[in-house]
Design a protein around this ligand. Sequence first.
Ligand code: PMP
Length: 366
Amino acid sequence: MSPVHRVYNFAAGPAVLPLPVLEQIQRDLLALPGVGMSILEISHRSRAFAAILEEAEADLRALAGVPDDYRVLFLQGGASLQFAMVPMNLLGPDEVADYIDGGSWAAKAIEEARKFGRVHVAASTRAERYARIPAQTELQLSPGAAYVHMTSNNTIEGTQYRTLPDVGGAPLVSDASSDLFSRPIDIRRHALVYAGAQKNMGPAGVTVAIVRGDLIARSAARRAALPTMLTYAVHAEHRSLYNTPPTFGIYALGLVMKWLREQGGLAAVAARNERKAARLYAEIDRTGFYRGTAARADRSVMNVTFRLATEALEARFVAEAAAAGLDGLKGHRSVGGMRASIYNAFPEEGVDALVEFMREFERRFG
Ligand code: PMP
């Protein structure tokens, strides 16, 4: 155990990291073993960094079962830059891209894509405040769409796809920012998956994109018209070393990948995540004092959103929880309420502590 006092951090991202990872970073911060320099100081062209990058990618591939014809890219600019890079690289002038509008981040992706090409909203639950995932039967897909874009976990609203939508033969592009590496993923059913690292995979500053080879080829065909740094093919050809990559982020992400493997891989991590979420939802559903905001069938295992009877009571809940060492429970500013983000590294004891706090709070105010 670390002698340092740490609170339970329920933040939506950047979020809690595994303690053993933080301890290793701390241990190796002055000098990486055998290198004599910090990760913050070594050249991205050095042999030592090449090994760090290769190992991070190898562990990531092993964990997710990334097939050989997919490229793993370590990028910058967050998931938000992918909102632009996806249409810039993949949407031609005579084509249409389908977007599933299932949450606030999906809406942002749509808004951005419209700057670059023709967008068709295949389904939307906006009118229901994104309280549920659009059903398969609601999808109105365009024949021959350049791709179909979805958001696998809606971080703000607390909903999550349980099973992937059937999009026929169209390339499926998924913003998996808040659930990539929290459960097994069928990469083969996707053409492109992207996520900022700062929730389940590492610190802010590095974005992972897993891209099928034919989409890299599409990107290559458009390269003359694209900014170099925003071209998937450039990053693929240079193995994420076209320019100076986010070296620290890649190093820390590599440590998280090793930690995930030590946990038994994604199936084991998913089982633990399910357990944590089930405990919280059971408490929310116990009496009606707390009210879950997401449709039950679509409840997120990562971001548990709930409300109280009044905003004043919610403010009190958040403030008293923080004082009790349960930090970051305030819901996203656009929706209010509470949100407990319980990503991979969030400990089960922290969930127990929150449940205990919720019971006590209800005893006093219920
Ligand atoms: N998509 C989703 C689902 C998110 O949760 C977030 C961030 N919370 C983003 C996109 C934007 O990510 P970034 O801040 O890395 O640009």
